[in-house]
Design a protein around this ligand. Structure first.
Ligand SMILES: [Zn+2]
Length: 69
């Protein structure tokens, strides 16, 4: 959370719905933002997701940790 009290939204201006469960992520303390690129183009896509849900679908050996600064 930033110093102005607003929730962290990363590179986009507002929180995105979780791309796995489809729920609103407002207030979620494990929210993460994914950036997907399509090389060699400049195309990019942002996806919001609960880290707990992301971990359920990641391949074995991959894990997402949340670090609050
Ligand atoms: Zn979710």
């Amino acid at each position: 959370m930033g110093t102005d009290g607003r929730e962290w939204t990363g590179a986009v201006t507002e929180r995105l719905r979780c791309c796995i469960c489809g729920e609103d992520t407002t207030g979620a303390d494990d929210y993460v933002l994914l950036r997907i690129t399509a090389a060699p183009t400049e195309a990019k896509q942002f996806l919001g997701v609960h880290a707990s849900h992301l971990n359920e679908v990641l391949a074995e050996g991959f894990a997402v940790d949340i670090h609050h600064s």
